[in-house]
Design a protein around this ligand. Structure first.
Ligand code: FAD
Length: 318
């Protein structure tokens, strides 16, 4: 079922969902199940599975030289989605990214998604590779998320790449895209980033999931600004509980977000990461309660592979 239909069916009740990252290759999917089993009692109607970019690895050749190879350390997004759907009877949403894929490869992934019965996909540009300063489109790939949304909408109209087939049969993917309450780091202004968001929605995106934020007012202002620009699709807030002291540096740097003074002081006052985790849980509960009181359609949690804190938060909210 489509995310937008889950939201409609809920008739104003806030839903619970979360995002997971595929395990590093070489690991069993049982670990993933063990991690998300405890969250199933909160009935997530859908969960997201990320896709990571390819990366360079260096293999020691044993003669003092290193071999530079490109690889994907966390493959299997679509396979994981299919297995989650099968095991938990929920909708699983693969993240489809522009970076590292040609349009043909993207088309094949979308064909797989369709055959597997996945009704939703999240269309993202992806970040630059770690050695690149700026995002560069893969040769023959999409440059912006909007281009990817257009490619998916073409399939929804029965239009394949290069017009190689005439298809009466049309796909019916519901497409989600990313939104940034504190602006995407490359955007010259929040207003210009919002215009880009509007372009993605005009191209066919049916809902937005936000980057993590720690100040609810920024989300409320973002939703107001998006609405005044004509973005009328559901805007799902993304919430990340702080879990380790290092997050104080890493999260603002990687995600271009501010942390509230109150949270910084509380984390700095912790004697170890166990205490930080508790502070993160309490802060996320407070944040979630306020969002819930403001009737957000879904509370979407970034689990980053660990679920025990999400479980405690969900227990306090749902
Ligand atoms: P876009 O919407 O294409 O925007 C990228 C930048 O380009 C923005 O600054 C925008 O303002 C600008 N822009 C857009 N169109 C134009 C144009 N025509 N001309 C000039 N500038 C333009 N990354 C992953 O690798 N894997 C994931 O699974 C993943 N999941 C995510 C889930 C969520 C909910 C979020 C919020 C992010 C996720 N990301 C993921 C990170 C995301 O890929 C990065 O933030 C990326 O840098 C931007 O992606 P986007 O889809 O927002 O890009």
């Amino acid at each position: 079922m489509k995310v937008v239909d889950h939201i409609k069916q809920a008739k104003g009740k806030t839903l619970f969902s979360f995002e997971i990252i595929p395990p590093k290759k070489g690991n069993s999917i049982q670990e993933l199940y063990k991690n998300i089993d405890p969250l199933m009692e909160f009935n997530p109607p859908f969960v997201d599975v990320t896709t990571s970019r390819e990366e360079y690895i260096y293999i020691d050749k044993g003669n003092g030289l290193l071999d530079k190879r490109i690889t994907r350390m966390r493959p299997g997004t679509v396979g994981i989605c299919a297995s989650l759907m099968h095991k938990y009877k929920l909708d699983a949403i693969p993240h489809i990214i522009c970076g590292g894929f040609t349009k043909e490869e993207t088309e094949y992934v979308l064909v797989d998604c369709h055959y597997l019965g996945l009704d939703n996909v999240m269309a993202l540009r992806g970040d630059s590779m770690s050695h690149q300063k700026y995002f560069k489109a893969t040769k023959g790939g999409n440059l912006y998320a909007k281009d990817l949304v257009e490619q998916i909408q073409d399939l929804n109209c029965g239009k394949y790449l290069h017009d190689v087939v005439e298809a009466d049969y049309k796909y019916n993917f519901c497409v989600g895209v990313a939104g940034y309450p504190e602006k995407h780091q490359e955007a010259p202004s929040l207003n210009s980033d919002l215009k880009r968001l509007k372009e993605k929605v005009d191209a066919g995106a049916e809902y937005v999931v936000t980057q993590m934020f720690f100040d609810n007012q920024k989300y409320f202002d973002f939703v107001d600004a998006a609405r005044s620009m004509g973005v009328n699709v559901p805007i799902i807030p993304g919430i990340k509980p702080i879990a380790v002291k290092r997050h104080l540096q890493v999260l603002p740097q990687v995600f271009n977000i501010d942390l509230p003074e109150e949270l910084i002081l509380a984390v700095e006052g912790c004697k170890d990461n166990k205490a930080v985790r508790q502070v993160g849980i309490e802060f996320a509960i407070k944040q979630s309660k306020e969002l819930l009181a403001n009737n957000v359609p879904v509370l979407h949690y970034y689990s980053m592979g660990k679920s025990s804190n999400i479980k405690t938060i969900a227990k306090a909210i749902f």
